[in-house]
Design a protein around this ligand. Sequence first.
Ligand code: GLY
Length: 338
Amino acid sequence: MSQVAHSPKPGQRRAAGPILIASANGIKTCNRAMQLLKEGADPVDAVVAGVNLVEDDPNDHSVGLGGLPNEDGVVELDSCVMHGPTHQAGGVAALRNVRNASSVAKLVMRRTDHVLLVGEGALRFAKAHGFKEQELLTDGARRIWLKWKESHSDNDDWLHPEADEEARRYLHLPELEFTYGTINCCALTADGDLGGVTTTSGLSYKIPGRVGDSPIIGAGLYVDNEVGAAGSTGRGEENLQNCSSFMVVEFMRNGMTPEQACLAILKRVAHKCEKRLRNDKGEPAFGLTFYAVRKDGLVGGATMRGEGKMAYHDGTECRHITIPGLYPAPPRRDGKDD
Ligand code: GLY
């Protein structure tokens, strides 16, 4: 296995709460959540209000309204929340027609004796709490899906004309042909309490009913109020097979920094992953990223390949910070150095 590209720098990103961390698409999420934390909000209320902004954005094709659909063209959402002080959790999986999956997950946590509701039951529960059904497949997401449907096989009756500009933006980038786009956000309050959320439309063009890591406590999110919180974006199947977010928190419990813990789970995933998912060097060929905050305010993350980014709000400002990759970035296609 390659050497770790960057050595951890313990203490580099330490601040007293309130602190927020998120996946790189979480800048506006953190800004909103920080405003609420400073007004004294509960950490789960704050992070859910933050990710609601992204779930509501029809131009974000990874979450909520406008998320990329399953292979039938139907948007199915996954989300979970976890609350440090009570150790309660809630989640919804394969939820259709309700864009704020994270808010429904929060209600599962607060207003049921259960942790996870799926499919039709999750939708009925959301409607019982007043959520309105709406079509989540925007025209932009539908065009991207249609182009995928018309181009992924030459052995069917769907013919492929030229893609329009929006579809091209997605489909001409190999890494976006299938996307696991997701948002994760974790909070540490001024009182030292933790909470987190992960929300997603999941793997694009998935088999209907496919559930990823995002609604599963311990896979796409885990919070332990005595230790820290961790979440993930990327290929959810790996996190389901490795209980990854739980493991990140356990690694921190055993003394690792957040960055070390995120690199440690990436190494575990890389060691365990199936041969068909490896490149010609035997390294995992998929994307996977972890984000973690420790109870003492130390934050960090790591990604499978190349330098990654995460959002970090230290209470004063929100910015992207660079996180290390387990493997170096692939060489540029034009052969030049950056
Ligand atoms: N991590 C998002 C998914 O696999 O659905």
